[in-house]
Design a protein around this ligand. Structure first.
Ligand SMILES: *Cc1c(COP(=O)(O)O)cnc(C)c1O
Length: 468
């Protein structure tokens, strides 16, 4: 299995190469050179497997033997052993045709753990085999950072520096990052937005000498391995609801487009997914794109669903590459114009293709609180603000065939966003026992301006200290 860059100027790599590289040298994102496609019989044969085994079968299609399916099975069994639910990601029925796929039973209570717990172990296995070490730098609007820190704490071959926008994450999110005091973990609170943090991470990767010196690696969803690790749960949910002999739709609360891209990949692999519903908060660039081919960047506005307070969805580039018939030059030109002009010039044909499969739906904070209240009253279900946007979207723009079930990606535990849930329902969702003392633990982080030289200086000092 080989991987190519969406911008066409980086050398193709194998799975481990892509895992360690993150972003391609040409600024593009890696995708499989050809997609594995399963037959109906092959999908049927996957029914009923325990989740880690199913995930190993799917991941083996992308690793090309390194790691092998056997190694993956062990690694994934370990990754999901600490989850708070024996099914790993249970499917909960909300009404006649809407289901919640609960992806938040991992250590940091958000769906990022589904990929990250395995990614940390993939890094370990791969680096050990090669006798190498890496420095992971990542930007987070809240959940990626804590999931990465939790997955990499105390791992010998990995240093981690996570950038978060100061004051823009929830207190639970911040504490989940800053209370991990392992020597290989550092947190930077930046004076800026999430997009500023993400730009700084991209700039560090674009700084070739720095990237080489630090052996930078990425755990944001620009890393293909992370997207790949999100495909199995869409497969599991679809199979549980009758696929490949029945069609399903998914509704995914979306920020960087990584989670919904994994659903798209499952469809590309032959799973009968009729529709992908993209939910956003007031930062509605994707909804504007899908309704009117208007992908214009606006200022990021804070909301009750901070993990979706994003304007530039980095993973959209992967879909764009596919929409443009895998034309890397056209993808590169489109992305460069997007960067300079603030508006993505997507061809009409490509936009029509996207709008046929994807539906967009945006909900403001008031609507989000109403939806959390409705779910509690009507279904006895406590949902966090991100998940509520997903359920509202599933109700608002359902598939035209009403017999098709819609699975909502439930991306965070309600206790991760207790203020919004309490406001909407009067109920304060308790943290699971393993996190009950989170508010008492000491924190450690460093404040910095959103400036490349300051951040690089910090990363260099942190990585040196641990390598020595
Ligand atoms: C990260 C996150 C999202 C957005 O996922 P993307 O892959 O960035 O689209 C949605 N909800 C929660 C709770 C998240 O942590």
């Amino acid at each position: 299995m080989r991987y190519v860059s969406t911008r066409g100027e980086a050398a193709p790599r194998d799975f481990e190469g892509v895992l360690l590289a993150g972003l391609a040298e040409d600024g593009g994102l890696f995708l499989p050179e050809t997609w594995p496609v399963l037959t109906t019989a092959e999908w049927r044969a996957l029914r009923g497997l325990p989740y880690p085994d199913l995930a190993a079968r799917i991941m083996a299609l992308f690793t090309g033997g390194t790691p092998s399916e056997g190694e993956l099975r062990t690694l994934l069994a370990e990754a999901y052993a600490g989850f708070g639910h024996p099914a790993v990601c249970p499917l909960v029925q909300l009404d006649a045709r809407v289901f919640a796929l609960e992806l938040f039973h991992g250590p940091t209570l958000a769906f990022k753990d589904m990929a990250m717990q395995a990614l940390g172990r993939l890094f370990d296995v791969t680096l050990k085999r090669r006798g190498e070490r890496v420095t992971i730098v990542g930007a987070t609007s809240g959940d990626t950072g804590s999931a990465a820190i939790e997955a990499c704490r105390d791992r010998a071959a990995v240093d981690v520096v996570i950038l978060h926008p100061e004051g823009r994450t929830s207190e639970v999110q911040r504490r989940q990052m800053t209370t991990v005091l392992s020597p290989n973990i550092a947190n930077l609170a930046l004076q800026g937005s999430f997009d500023d943090c993400q730009d700084l991470v991209k700039a560090m990767f674009a700084d070739a000498p720095f990237r080489e010196e630090m052996r930078l690696a990425a755990v944001n969803s620009i890393n293909w391995a992370r997207v790949a690790l999100q495909i199995p749960y869409y497969v599991a949910a679809a199979l549980a609801l009758g696929a490949p002999d029945r069609e399903v739709a998914f509704s995914v609360p979306t920020g960087n487009f990584g989670n919904v891209l994994a659903a798209w990949a499952a469809r590309r692999m032959g799973l009968p997914i009729t529709q992908l519903i993209v939910g956003s908060n007031r930062n509605d660039i994707l909804t504007r794109f899908l309704s009117a081919n208007d992908m214009t960047v606006r200022a990021v506005e804070p909301s009750l669903s901070p993990s979706m307070d994003i304007q530039v969805s980095s993973n959209f580039e992967r879909l764009l590459f596919e929409l443009l018939g895998r034309d890397a030059r056209a993808t590169r030109d489109t992305m460069l114009r997007f960067r300079t002009e603030g508006r993505m010039p997507v061809t009409d044909a490509a936009w029509r293709d996207a709008a046929q499969l994807f539906r967009g739906f945006a909900l403001d904070d008031e609507g989000t609180l109403e939806e959390i209240g409705r779910l509690w009253r009507d279904c006895g279900y406590l949902a966090d603000p991100h998940t509520a946007i997903g359920t509202a979207a599933a109700m608002a723009v359902p598939p035209s065939d009403r017999s098709i079930p819609v699975v909502v990606a439930a991306t965070a535990h309600p206790a991760k966003f207790p203020d919004a849930v309490r406001k909407a329902t009067g109920i304060a969702p308790p943290l699971p026992a393993r996190l009950a003392d989170l508010y008492e633990r000491p924190e450690r982080f460093t404040r910095l301006p959103a400036k490349l030289d300051a951040v690089e200086t910090f990363v260099r000092a942190h990585a040196r200290r641990n390598a020595a």
